[in-house]
Design a protein around this ligand. Sequence first.
Ligand code: MN3
Length: 203
Amino acid sequence: MTQTFTLPELNYAYDALAPYIDAKTMEIHHSKHHAGYMKKANAALDGTKWEGKTAKEILTNLDALPTEIKTAARNNVGGFCNHSFFWELMSPNGKKAPVGDLSIALSSEFGSLENFKDKFHTAALKQFGSGWAWLAMKDGNLEVLSTANQDSPLSLGYHRIIGLDVWEHAYYLNYQNRRAEYVDAWWNVLDWAQAEKNFQSGL
Ligand code: MN3
């Protein structure tokens, strides 16, 4: 069986993002949840012509997938790809405020950083059930959006800049039902330097 995807190592220890995200949550999230999406994604693609493709090639072409693997790919390639993106976006030593062109673009699109954060916070809280909040770009315009389950903005034609996992598995051990507290805390571990890199790669 071809391993289309392999689990990326984190660039920091499981306890590095505490107290904002606790070590146990990080360990389970990476070694169980992310690994689970990876295994199911590999199994779904095994023996098909989509084996060995990149997550982006698959997620931007979901309609071209055979019916029998489409849902599994959407959920599990989506889940694999979303989490790989999420780990890279966080750091214990990241830039704590927007830098570079993204900083300028955020102010220009949303009026101020605070307005952007409010909008993102609302998207994260209003996502009913499991899903993600995103800052993404389409046709050069920044947008805040949310997606359900493991749906990727890539499938909707967006380029991803920031993404926050709001599945309960991402925060329940530490925050229980208090999603708003988790979203507030998350700004402390978001690395704006990585967000700027993501922004630049989409220009
Ligand atoms: Mn997750």
